[in-house]
Write a protein that binds this ligand. Sequence first.
Ligand SMILES: Cc1ncc(COP(=O)(O)O)c(C=O)c1O
Length: 345
Amino acid sequence: MAGHFGSDNTCGIHPNILDALSQSASGHSPAYGSDTLTRRIEDRLRALFECDLTVMLVSTGTAANCIGLATLCSPFGGIYSHSEAHIINDESTAPELFTGGARQFSVGGDFAKPCLEALEAKIAVSGARGVHSVKPSVIALSNLSELGARLSSDEVSAYSALARANGMKLFMDGARFANAVASGAESPAALTWRAGVDALSFGATKNGAMAAEALIFFHPDDAALAEFHRKRSGHLWSKHRYLAAQFDAYLQDDLWLRLASKSNDKMAQVKDVIDATDFISVVAGGDANELFVSMKPEVAAFLYEKGHTFFSWPSLPNAYRLVTSFTTEQQEIDALRNDLSGFKG
Ligand SMILES: Cc1ncc(COP(=O)(O)O)c(C=O)c1O
């Protein structure tokens, strides 16, 4: 046995979600999201987020992020995020494609939380020349952050104040929003619209679904063109009920929260294992299900040799990322502990 700490994308589908898919497999149902199951998901998300909202279900996080950004940002707009952001590093040029050419700007900041002062300066400079500049349009956060940190509602509110002061929107990439919620005591509403978030991509794929993400707009006016962006980009599923079925099981009895809590608990154990060594140190993360550690390449090679999977993280020196999921087993963590105890440096 060895640990699968490479990504929460490598794990499988939760049985309840697979059941929900097979239960909706037979019979006929209206296409393109006009089905009753999709209506039910919208109502469930309204209850979960304690507000009225507009939902668009899609099958990838990149689609959710980019349809969201394209809806909030014109082709001559500017999008501002942390230099580690998924929309900067991991979505090729999809944000530029979907928005029709909006420009992305990035800043630094500890634990992949964009530095507020740097954001403010970047917005001011990039928008300073009116029609000759870009139109600062969206601040994009990730919660969890890309370095595994949870943003509190107070932190989110500070970004929202900056966005409002500049006539901009606040977008949140929530590929691991479930893990962020599970790692604190604040509600989904507190971490989003009550703190000024305009749109959220609420991930399910990494946390038990086969392929399902909910793009949520908290103000109906903002969402007016989202449906066109989804269709135009080829992300409007005809058999939409299978996206809805996944979310139906995901939201049932707080499965999303239970799975994220389990995943976070497993990471807490991994962190204990790492903390007990004197040759690996934690450099970031650990709030939820991602941990960033620093170790010599020979330690990493030793662990790879034992069969553990995890990835290097090029933007930090000698850094590697470990991720747990709802499927992480106790034996995987025990194996990591045992193998590390056998390392002779
Ligand atoms: C922070 C973040 N956002 C979004 C995504 C979604 O990406 P994908 O388009 O691969 O589903 C991921 C997946 O790795 C992610 O880590």
